[in-house]
Design a protein around this ligand. Structure first.
Ligand SMILES: NC(=O)c1ccc[n+]([C@@H]2O[C@H](COP(=O)([O-])OP(=O)(O)OC[C@H]3O[C@@H](n4cnc5c(N)ncnc54)[C@H](OP(=O)(O)O)[C@@H]3O)[C@@H](O)[C@H]2O)c1
Length: 389
């Protein structure tokens, strides 16, 4: 029985992870959970999974939760400290980090410093502080297990073939909701259009990131750190069916791929169960029904955000943290209809352009860079654009 803490239990990944636990109750036990503001759902989850420790985003929420769970054997905490307490909980063997965005960085570091293996969905943490997190993990013998389907695929391929003769990694991208939207109309698509993802049902932030392809940019940086590879050797191609989750190529030209239906419960199960593989009743692959797998190159002009990710890695130090913060601000503004879809790259470029990268060696420096760019971009863009209906 593996004892788990799930950070972000009320989100898309968190709920699918709980589905995995439901499917294999003899293999996994949830001992701690953390969520933001979804009180009703968290209350239900606590009643069903009976964790010993729970954290909510805010104090008022935690009080209300306490009220609802009166007499229940659970400790309730809140805020950033609560999140850290769940991340370092002594009864936990494996942390599933699935809070969205920069809020995941401190809990990631806290879990690693507490010597806990981390199943990592929150790619933003690794983008912001890849050097710090991977060096701390290596120093403590902590495993960072990928949850992203692409990185799970690469991880599984490398388990099979080893990495000595690895030449390159090829990440696949579905192309997001706007793959067929004519370039001339792209700048003015609505949040509803951009949120309508063809193959994956995910949280709002990552769905917009998929539409801009910034998600793939963040994944290039994630791959750089998870697999210790120069981004020169990380390529991206479009694969609309989301069946081939990624590929690796060896120096002799041999290519290995991992395939499965587009269902996040599968990479989640692999990360939670690693190194064991578990049978399950989730849908499995029927290649005859899929019938055709297609691949296309990416139009980098149409999707400039991907290029910004490579640029940020080139700049080094705190630049990837700035890229991440600028993107989070841009997505928030777009969802609030304060900027157009076409302005998302402009906001990110402005963030990166203004930034003088520090070496990014410490958490404090990374968090300061994150804060600065958010303040700067909010001042420049918030409440300034035409309100878009
Ligand atoms: N969804 C996918 O299929 C998918 C695939 C690959 C990778 N990922 C990555 O996984 C992460 C989560 O994505 P998602 O789609 O699951 O996001 P989501 O549906 O928006 O869920 C985010 C979760 O984080 C919680 N949260 C947010 N801020 C918090 C805070 N300050 N303190 C505590 N909890 C907080 C939310 O709580 P409340 O809802 O209660 O406020 C929710 O449980 C992202 O980094 C994403 O890139 C997601």
């Amino acid at each position: 029985m593996k004892r788990l803490s799930i950070l972000g239990s009320t989100g898309s990944i968190g709920m699918q992870a709980l589905d995995v636990v439901r499917a294999r109750p003899e293999a996994f036990q949830v001992v701690a959970m953390a969520a933001g503001g979804q009180l009703d759902l968290l209350t239900e989850q606590v009643r069903e999974f009976r964790p010993q420790l729970v954290s909510m985003g805010r104090r008022e929420g935690a009080r209300e939760l306490e009220e609802r769970l009166r007499g229940f054997p659970v400790k309730i905490c809140y805020g950033a400290e609560g999140l850290a307490e769940v991340a370092a909980y002594s009864e936990t063997e494996l942390i599933l980090l699935a809070v969205v965005g920069a809020a995941g960085l401190v809990p990631a570091l806290t879990a690693i410093r507490a010597g806990k293996d981390v199943a990592l969905a929150t790619k933003e943490a690794l983008v912001m502080a890849g050097a710090l997190l991977t060096s701390e993990a290596a120093a403590r013998g902590v495993r960072l297990l990928p949850v992203d389907s692409e990185h799970s695929a690469i991880f599984q391929c490398l388990e099979g073939g080893g990495r000595d003769a690895l030449k390159r990694i090829i990440l696949t991208a579905s192309g997001g909701a706007l793959r067929h939207v004519p370039k001339a109309r792209l700048a003015s698509v609505t949040p509803e259009e951009a949120l309508n993802h063809p193959t994956w049902n995910m949280g709002k932030k990552i769905t917009i990131d998929s539409a801009t392809l910034m998600n793939k940019g963040l994944e290039v940086i994630e791959a750089r750190w998870l697999f210790d590879i120069d981004v020169k050797h990380v390529d991206v191609i479009i694969h609309p069916q989301s069946i081939v989750h990624s590929l690796i190529e060896y120096v002799d030209g041999s290519v290995l791929a991992q395939l499965s239906p587009p269902d996040m419960r599968l990479p989640i199960l692999y990360a939670l169960g690693y190194p064991a593989r578990f049978e399950h009743a989730f849908p499995t692959l029927d290649l005859v029904r899929v019938a055709s797998l297609t691949f296309e190159s990416i139009d980098r002009e149409r999707f400039p955000c991907l290029g910004f990710a490579y640029q940020a890695v080139e700049m080094g130090g705190t630049a990837p943290a700035v890229l991440n913060a600028a993107n989070e601000v841009a997505v928030e503004l777009f969802l609030a209809r304060e900027i157009t879809f076409g302005q998302i790259p402009e906001v990110i470029e402005a963030g990166l352009g203004e930034h003088r990268p520090g070496d990014g060696g410490s958490l404090e420096e990374i968090l300061a860079a994150d804060r600065e760019v958010r303040e700067h971009l909010s001042r420049t863009y918030r409440g300034k654009g035409t309100h878009i209906s």
